[in-house]
Design a protein around this ligand. Structure first.
Ligand code: HEM
Length: 179
C-alpha cells in the first residue's frame, strides 16, 4: 500500500485524537516500517489493517466507520491534488465511471507497485449507477467514503445501498442514487 494512504491516516488521527494516539498506535502494532512512512514509499497492506483495528479498539469507533470517515478526509486532502481527473469528469457518475479505465490506470503508471481495486459500472438510469468493487484488500468501507466525497465535490446529493457479493467483503456492490 502506498505511503500516502498511511501519511493521510496519521494526519487525521493526530487531528482528531492528538499526537499521543499516534504514539500509542505505533507502539501497540507490530510494524515492519516502525511507523515511519513517506508518501511515495510502499508498505505492507497488513500494517493499515493493524492500525485501523487498534484505533477502533482504543477509540471505541467501529472499523467501518473509521474507514468511511478516513476516506472522506483522504478525498478532500490528498485526492484533490489530482485536479485534472476531477475537471475531466462532469458529475459524480462520470467521475466514478472513469476510475477503473482511466484514473487508476494513470495511478498505476505513476506508481507501478500500487495495489488498486477493480471497479465495473452499470448505469441503470440517469440517476442510478451500480458500481461493483473487487479487491482482496476488502476496503469497501473506504470506497464508500470516497464515493460520498466525490458527490460532495460535484455538489450532488446521493444515497448509497451496499451489498456484499462475497461475504468476506472482497466484492461489494454499491447502488448509487442521485436524490
Ligand atoms: C483522483 C482520484 C483518485 C486517485 C488519484 C486514486 C488513487 C489511489 C491510490 C494512489 C491508491 C493507493 C494504492 C496503494 O496503496 O497501493 C488508491 C487506492 C484505492 N482507491 Fe483510488 N483513487 C482515486 C479515486 C478513487 C475513488 C473515487 C474510489 C472509490 C469509488 C477509489 C477507490 C479506491 C480504493 C477502495 C482503494 C484501496 C485499495 C483497494 O481497495 O484495493 N479511488 N487509489
Amino acid at each position: 500500500m502506498k505511503g500516502v494512504v498511511f501519511v493521510g491516516f496519521f494526519e487525521l488521527v493526530e487531528k482528531e485524537f492528538g499526537y499521543e494516539m499516534v504514539d500509542k498506535l505505533i507502539d501497540s502494532c507490530n510494524l515492519d516500517s516502525d511507523g515511519i512512512y513517506t508518501s511515495v514509499g510502499t508498505y505492507d497492506h497488513s500494517e493499515m489493517v493493524q492500525l485501523v483495528t487498534k484505533l477502533s479498539e482504543f477509540s471505541g469507533i467501529g472499523v467501518p466507520d473509521l474507514l468511511n470517515t478516513y476516506a472522506k478526509y483522504f478525498g478532500k486532502t490528498h485526492l484533490r491534488k489530482y485536479e485534472s481527473f476531477y475537471q475531466e469528469a462532469t458529475d459524480t457518475f462520470s467521475f466514478l465511471e472513469s476510475i477503473d479505465g482511466h484514473i487508476h490506470v494513470e495511478v498505476k503508471k505513476l506508481y507501478p507497485e500500487a495495489e488498486l481495486p477493480k471497479f465495473s459500472t452499470n448505469k441503470l438510469s440517469d440517476n442510478k449507477l451500480e458500481l461493483l468493487y473487487s479487491s482482496k484488500r476488502k476496503m469497501g468501507d473506504f470506497a464508500e467514503g470516497l464515493i460520498l466525497d466525490t458527490a460532495d465535490y460535484y455538489n450532488e446529493k446521493i444515497e448509497i445501498q451496499k451489498k456484499n457479493i462475497e461475504e468476506d467483503g472482497s466484492q461489494v456492490l454499491f447502488t448509487i442514487t442521485k436524490i
